[in-house]
Write a protein that binds this ligand. Sequence first.
Ligand SMILES: *Cc1c(COP(=O)(O)O)cnc(C)c1O
Length: 498
Amino acid sequence: MLYTSTRGQTDMVCSAHAITRGLADDGGLFVPQKFATLTLDEIVAMSELPYAERAAKILSFFLTDYTEEELLACTSAAYSEERFSGFAAPLKQVKDKIAVLELWHGPTSAFKDMALQLLPHLLMKAIEKTGEQNDIVILVATSGDTGKAALEGFADVKGTQIIIFYPDDGVSDIQKRQMITQQGGNVNVIAVHGNFDDAQSGVKEIFSDENLMEELKEKGYAFSSANSINWGRLAPQIVYYFSAYADAVKAGHIVAGEEINFSVPTGNFGDILAGYYAKCMGLPVHRLICASNTNNVLSVFLNSGKYDRRREFHKTISPSMDILISSNLERLLYQITEEDASKVANWMKELKEDGFYDVGGKVLAKIQKTFFGTWVDEIETKETICNVFRDKNYLLDPHTAVAWRACEKYRMLSSDEKYCIVLSTASPYKFNVSVLEAIKPDISAKELDPFAALHLLSEVSGTVVPKQLADLEQKPILHNEQIEKHKMKETVLKILKL
Ligand SMILES: *Cc1c(COP(=O)(O)O)cnc(C)c1O
């Protein structure tokens, strides 16, 4: 299987190359040339397999330059019971026809672990295959969860350096604490004065600076990305859509072949795009509900065909979805236009230069066949956390609550009552203050220190604080560098001693 750029100006490459490079040379994103199809029997049979085998099976369709043994070795190391405290992606039936797919049992308590525990293993193999001699520098812009998940995945991985940029006041206390306490000889964590889009734009600029790339190459470095623009991040996310479907069949909640919906809390459009790819591969998916918070640029796009980033940026209680530029949408546009790379390249140019593009009615209608976009405000998010906890004794984090509410809105508007799986992307403990405010409005949770809030949430909810979060309190702070947003490149050069 070969990979091509969404902007059509580069040669086809194998998967190992796509994973080591991250971004295509023309600024586009790597996409597979075609999608294999699974039969219903193959899908249903997955419920009998451990998660690592489910993952190896799906990945074998995409990473064809890896052997089956190599893939299984990678997935077994990534999704071990120790790393994920049990099964990696359990499906919880919370209410009639609504289940929650918990994707946060990994070491950082957010769904980014599903891909970032695996990516380092895939990357190390890829380096062997491509004969890459240089040290790989992983550059990450994070709205909070990616940073820590990448750090956990890459800390002390031989032949790599990892540099994380996070917006200094765009992440939760716990997220920040997770990053600045990270150990490892190859890790660098830097606060940027700005928001997530500033950090992401800075990283993209570094990637597209050809002179810099040449210079680095000469000095023995190659850049790669752990952001969801990397194909190695996306492919592992396709797995849990199949996995959840197979488990729902096995548990008798649906019958094999029945079409279902997924509701996905969306930011960079990586998670939900993986669901679309699963549909392309034969998974019986009717609708993908794209749930946004107050930063509703995607919701507006999915209802109008107009993508307009010229808008105010809001800081919300679901910060991992606080985003104005949703990078992976480019991959969807490529697929929907039947691989019209010049169209896609044009829209992306318009977005960069004018902050706006319009895909027109025909393309929009095609997108709307599968995607439904809606958004959920801060009050609704808290109400949802509160209601679901009160009625079902189940605790949602704010991101998951956005998706839950979006599913309810979709049902109201469409009268489509199909079985729906809500993707749960973070442990409620990771956003403990907002969750406490929702379920205990009489306590002023904001004034608690983050660790007192962890313990209080445990008391109030009768659930256990994940050990890796409880342990943070004892860990020394190792990273406190802060920079202006125009100093990112300079900082990278300094770290690499160039
Ligand atoms: C990253 C993240 C999201 C958004 O996922 P995308 O793939 O960027 O759409 C949602 N919720 C949480 C908790 C996240 O960390």
